[in-house]
Design a protein around this ligand. Sequence first.
Ligand SMILES: [Zn+2]
Length: 150
Amino acid sequence: MLLPARMTRAEEEHWVAEMLHRLQRSETRRRSPARDSDAALLARCAELSARHLAGKAVPASVRWVPPMRTRWASCTPSDGTIRVSERLREVPSWVLDYVLVHELTHLLVPGHGPDFWKLVRHYPRTDRAVGYLEGLSAAAGLGIAQDDPL
Ligand SMILES: [Zn+2]
């Protein structure tokens, strides 16, 4: 976001907060249907895996969990479980989709090396979603990362 150079710090903070508020209001209408239940979340994962990962990532379970302090989501490849922070219930559907593709990819590739990102980038809005989540974390002063490096 570009801000006029002469804004004071207080004006700038006010403006950023206002923009975030407006953004959230307009984006809320486009929230993902997957926010409604764990079953809907799992169904969305099946669609995303089929579309972007050749159907190779098959989670055993995908669940909403209470907000985690440092992570948006987590994946345990050994038992195929994915957990998604309830902080993401209100983000736009394309951002949640990215988080799901990221965690689904961990079922295939542990860690965040080049092989991992090559697969994740099959999801076309990856870079935009990463930027959105970084902005959301920074604006809320949360310091949240996608997940733990596996
Ligand atoms: Zn990760």
